[in-house]
Write a protein that binds this ligand. Structure first.
Ligand code: AMP
Ligand code: MG
Length: 334
């Protein structure tokens, strides 16, 4: 009999519910996303929205999958990493469903889920992954039993940096896609900080410098918002590309996976594609429907872990807001 897993994503702005069968077919993906009217993501506001909408989101996912809740055999949820108050909502709902339905429960690391849904959908075996989103910037690959981190941001995540700059320029959230569009109309490059430390990245100096350009007398006389958007993208994406290329040379992986919300960006795709070509590596972008946060990736990673080591006890499902993906064993890849 076919078995189905329901996955709950609740690490940040998205309360996502996805349903997959145990063979890796995705039956539904429904997201409810908190969009701040002004300012950044406030955990208390996000938590409120998730609390208000979780039930409807689960119902929509079941309808989309043409299933009833009683046909679900496994509940998976995002246990780490993320905003504490928000993670708690997903954990609470998952525990409740698991106990009410008497079915197994499994906690999942959100970053690993991004990689696993990419491996599934792109039919890719062993990629080096560049995961770029609102909350994360990580270059990782599987080595010695875990998803090792080869490079990461030391401060802002790339998506957060783009969104923050956009907000300073009075562009509504999310700013990333609008910055991409603006950059297409640029006529000049403005030199900005480029900060790679070892294999890690720092975006805060770049962000501050770009923000300062908005308040300069030269703004809208010597250069335009499009020029800043273009220069911001060129520098930050070149930094990401440099670290990814060095990780590729070091790991000698033959596949590169680009994922996370920022993976939608065509200029970033172009830059990563060019290093893949040079290193004879296959390049894949996770289908954009599943590149951003979603419950299907949580459900699928839950299935993988459950099939290799069984379910979690309630005690083992305590949220871990700061857990790193490289601290977690991956039994299904041995
Ligand atoms: P996630 O955190 O994975 O849900 O992705 C959301 C992030 O992706 C936000 O920071 C968006 O601004 C960013 N994003 C989405 N589309 C694009 C794009 N085309 N270019 C750059 N950033 C993008
Ligand atoms: Mg994410």
């Amino acid at each position: 009999m076919t078995k189905f897993a329901l996955g709950i994503e609740s690490t940040a702005h998205t309360f996502g519910v996805g349903i997959v069968n145990f063979d890796g077919t995705i039956l539904s993906k429904v997201n409810d996303i908190y969009i701040p009217k002004e300012g950044g993501i406030h955990p208390v506001m996000v938590k409120e929205q998730h609390l208000n909408n979780f039930r409807l989101t689960i119902e929509k996912a079941l309808i989309e999958a043409k299933l009833t809740i009683n046909q679900i055999s496994l509940i998976a949820f995002s246990q780490s990493p993320g905003l504490g108050p928000v993670l708690k909502i997903g954990a609470l709902v998952a525990r409740l469903l698991s106990q009410k339905l008497h079915i197994p429960l499994i906690g999942v690391n959100h970053c690993i889920a991004h990689v696993e849904i990419g491996r599934l959908l792109c039919d890719i075996e062993d990629p080096l992954t560049l995961y770029v989103s609102g909350g994360n910037t990580i270059v990782s690959a599987f080595e010695s039993g875990a998803y090792q981190i080869f490079g990461e941001t030391l401060d802002l995540a790339i998506g957060n940096m783009l969104d923050s700059f956009a907000r300073d320029a009075n562009i509504p959230h999310p700013g990333g896609p609008k910055i991409e569009r603006l950059a297409l109309d640029a006529s000049k490059y403005i030199p900005l900080p480029y900060v790679v430390k070892g294999m890690d990245l720092s975006f805060s100096g770049l962000y501050t410098a770009a923000k300062r350009l908005l308040n300069s007398k030269k703004f809208n006389t010597i250069y335009t918002l499009s020029d800043i958007a273009y220069s911001l993208q060129e520098n930050s994406f070149a930094m990401l590309t440099e670290v990814t290329e060095r990780a590729l040379a070091h790991t000698e992986k033959k596949e590169v996976l680009l994922t996370g919300g920022v993976a939608a960006n065509k200029r970033l795709q172009e830059m990563i594609a060019s290093i893949c070509q040079e290193h004879n590596a296959r390049f894949e972008v996770v289908p954009l429907k599943y590149a951003g946060d979603n419950g299907a990736m949580i459900a699928w990673t839950g299935v993988l872990r459950y099939l290799s080591e069984g379910s979690h006890t309630i005690k083992n499902t305590i949220i871990k807001p700061k857990e790193r993906m490289d601290n977690i064993t991956i039994p299904w890849r041995n």
